[in-house]
Design a protein around this ligand. Structure first.
Ligand code: GLA
Length: 717
């Protein structure tokens, strides 16, 4: 990425209000032109003669003619701008147009290499202000962007559209996006050139909002990118509700407008109140997709997820083993075998609650969070204590936002659910969503979470959300405020999540939504990891985890060994080892040979998690439509690395070339948890330099379909 000079942009108007205010360790820029820099990205802005703020398109040469309205930053509807606007407002007097001129900007150094830039704009005809905010992370090339809106008009204004970002790019842009479904989340990346017109990625599901459309995508500028080449801008909207990312290709370039979905979402703002949009996360690389994700992962470990540097425990979950059919003894019978093979944490899934309507299947009991007397006669406390006695931590499943009509909660509070008046209730998985905008529901959900997480020895929880909104009506919100439900719900949800994380700082949380329906950095701030999909077929997971890894570090991807697909245990374990390792197995009934494979995998996972969790990920061979996939991790000090090869079909046993090693270091090769009955890697115990390994590669032990190989490279001290 070149830093383009500003010489071709509009000269600043004399007397224009663009001045740079000093704040904290702020430093001055020229009044009319300013830039926001990270290590390899520069966003260049100028203030025009008309006082408006313009942006030089990223990836484009400087324009030969002066910039026109098309290049305006954060374009406003109603007074001359003809394309998709970033902002559309109805002012207190009914005027549907807005004009923004630039006042000033402040720069604040929050920490070395981390700067917040706030650009202030206002409407000359109204006491209406917009602040465009950036947090620039220098070393990782990550830009967080959000917008704050406030006013002092005579009455409420109505926000009809208020995006978080509207970056302008060059015209030759390729978009990679991900559209999926339950059990097929993120599975198939689609890459297409953005042709003239508007391409929209949107979701209107309210909660579990990302079941079909992910709010994360990649833009490649000036041609298609590869893992190691190309100018790429990754984008991820930190919002768990309705979102829209619009790519508007018009005369001046492609504009990426991302943020809240304007669909049926008119939002009223009182004088003196501030509306803050969700944060958009941008990450830049001019060295392709691999470099882009490594930088985003580094940012995520520090800022995007909770405890991003804490090792993740090896976990056993009972869902696939028992489903809803268990009692104290059945669950306790899993603890001994789990401990024996090295498991560190047990997660009790759905089915432990409900008495009048026991939760023996998914049709009843949701909302009645009292332990079931038959299954757990003395409640959760003795079960958690038993787990700890047998050497495991204990975790629990919760779905606090939902209710089955067949529940005491619904009998007592039928008005607490989100529904439309005069319409027949539409159930999904036999359940409804509680209306979190209602204070009594907020109290109820908080009390539920508080009570469960306060059970002694509960140190982990899975927060699920198994349906989306189809009848978005609230009996609590006034008739003329129904359109605010979409936004108010998510804001209330974040308050609940924040309170949970703050009150239980040592309790680890898994984010789940009927699989990967909530994989976004809005919720992940409060969570340690997420459940990418109910599809745990390891063959599917190879490609799915590859795709998620464009945006999320592997330590956040819960990857459980199950019987989905009936794959060899060794393959399933090796796939899980490459992310955050877990199992969903009926261990006491598992053949001894499979138990031994699992034990070996857990030992290997513990040995390498200080490489795979904080390390750099290199995607080497793309598993989509190929006979195998391969990745490698490199520890921050490059002293250790791990290569994973996943063979999906029969094919040649050729070398896999790792990346990111220290060329001069000498690494000794060792296959981790080799598959029983298969010869180990031909280079077992060999020592080679990083340069040789990156040039000649590592020969895996796998050569047939559904075989895998994990090879540790350990540098000589
Ligand atoms: C969802 C989750 C599963 C499991 C069930 C329990 O489908 O994705 O992992 O927790 O709910 O009902």
């Amino acid at each position: 990425m070149k830093n383009h000079p500003f010489t071709h942009l509009l000269p600043a108007a004399l007397g224009c209000a663009a001045a740079v205010l000093l704040a904290g360790h702020a430093h001055a820029a020229t009044p009319a032109n300013f830039s926001i820099h990270t290590a390899s990205l520069a966003l260049n802005f100028s203030v025009g003669k008309d006082g408006r703020l313009y942006q030089l398109p990223i990836g484009a040469p400087p324009p030969e003619t002066p910039t026109a309205r098309d290049a305006e930053v954060y374009p406003q509807a109603g007074d001359g701008y003809i394309w998709e606007p970033a902002l559309q407002v109805v002012h207190a007097d009914g005027n549907t147009s807005t004009d923004l001129v630039c006042d000033d900007l402040t720069r604040t150094n929050e920490a070395p290499g981390r700067e917040v830039i706030r650009v202030h704009l206002h409407d000359p005809a109204y006491p209406f202000e917009v602040t465009i905010c950036f947090r620039a992370h220098h070393d990782t090339d990550v830009l967080e962007q959000w917008v704050e809106i406030q006013h002092q008009e005579a009455g409420e204004i109505t926000l009809l559209n208020m995006k978080s970002t509207s970056l302008l790019l060059s015209t030759n842009v390729y978009l990679t996006h991900f559209f999926g479904d339950w059990a097929k989340e993120m599975l198939r990346p689609i890459t297409e050139q953005i042709t003239p017109g508007t391409k929209v990625l949107d979701t209107k599901l309210g909660v579990r909002a990302e079941q079909f459309q992910s709010p994360s995508f990649i833009l490649s500028l000036n041609g298609r990118a590869t893992e190691t080449t190309g100018e790429v801008l990754g984008g991820s909207l930190a919002w768990s509700g309705n979102s829209a990312c619009e790519f508007d290709n018009h005369a001046e370039g492609v504009r990426a407008l991302c943020g809240l979905n304007a669909f049926a979402s008119a939002y009223h703002l009182k004088p003196g109140q501030t509306f803050t949009t969700p944060t958009m996360i941008w990450v830049w690389s001019d060295h392709g997709l691999g470099d882009m994700s490594r930088k985003l992962h580094a940012w995520a470990r520090d800022f995007g997820v909770r405890d991003g540097h804490r090792p993740r425990a090896a976990l056993l979950n009972n869902w696939e083993a028992t489903g809803f059919d268990f009692d104290f003894n059945r669950i306790a019978s899993l603890f001994g075998p789990a401990k024996q093979i090295g498991t560190e944490l047990f997660l009790l899934d759905d089915g432990w609650f409900g008495n009048k309507y026991p939760r023996t299947n998914d049709a009843a009991g949701l909302g009645d969070w009292q332990p079931n007397h038959q299954r757990l006669p003395d409640g959760l406390t003795p079960l958690a204590a038993e787990a700890v006695k047998q050497g495991l931590r204990f975790g629990i499943w919760l779905e606090p936002e939902m209710v089955n009509p067949k529940s005491e909660l619904f009998e007592q509070h039928p008005d607490w659910v989100i529904r439309q008046p005069k319409r027949e209730l539409e159930l999904q998985r036999h359940q409804l969503v509680l209306d979190l905008t209602r204070p009594a529901v907020q109290d109820f959900e908080w009390q539920t979470i508080h009570d469960v997480l306060s059970v002694p020895n509960v140190t982990y929880a899975k927060w699920d959300c198994n349906r989306y909104l189809t009848q978005p009506g609230s009996a609590y919100l006034p008739a003329d405020r129904q359109s605010e439900l979409w936004i108010d719900y998510v804001q209330a949800l974040y308050r609940l999540m924040d309170r949970t994380a703050t009150t239980f700082p040592d309790t680890e949380l898994m984010l789940c939504s009927g699989g990967g329906g909530r994989a976004d950095y809005g919720a992940l701030r409060y969570f340690h990891e997420f459940w990418p999909s109910d599809n745990t077929d390891p063959v599917t997971r190879v490609a799915m985890q590859w795709d998620y890894s464009y945006f999320f570090p592997p330590l956040t991807l819960a990857s459980h060994v199950t019987h989905w697909g009936n794959r060899p245990m060794h393959f399933a374990c090796t796939v899980a080892m490459s992310a955050r390792f877990g199992m969903d197995l009926d261990l006491p009934h598992l053949p001894a040979t499979d138990q031994a494979v699992c034990a070996g995998a857990i030992a290997a996972y513990k040995q390498i998690r200080d490489v795979t969790l904080p390390g750099d990920l290199y995607r080497l061979e793309d598993p989509h439509d190929q006979y195998r996939g391969a990745i490698n991790f490199v520890a921050p000090d490059q002293a250790r690395a791990v290569v994973f090869v996943f063979q999906l079909q029969d094919g040649p046993q050729t070398a896999v070339r790792p990346q990111g090693l220290a060329p001069a270091k000498r690494y000794t090769l060792h296959e981790l948890n080799p598959a029983p009955g298969r010869p180990a890697i031909p280079q077992e115990g060999h020592t080679l330099t990083g340069e040789e390994l990156m040039r000649d590669g590592v020969i895996p032990s796998c050569s047939r379909a559904i075989e895998a190989s994990a090879i540790e490279l350990r540098a000589e001290q």
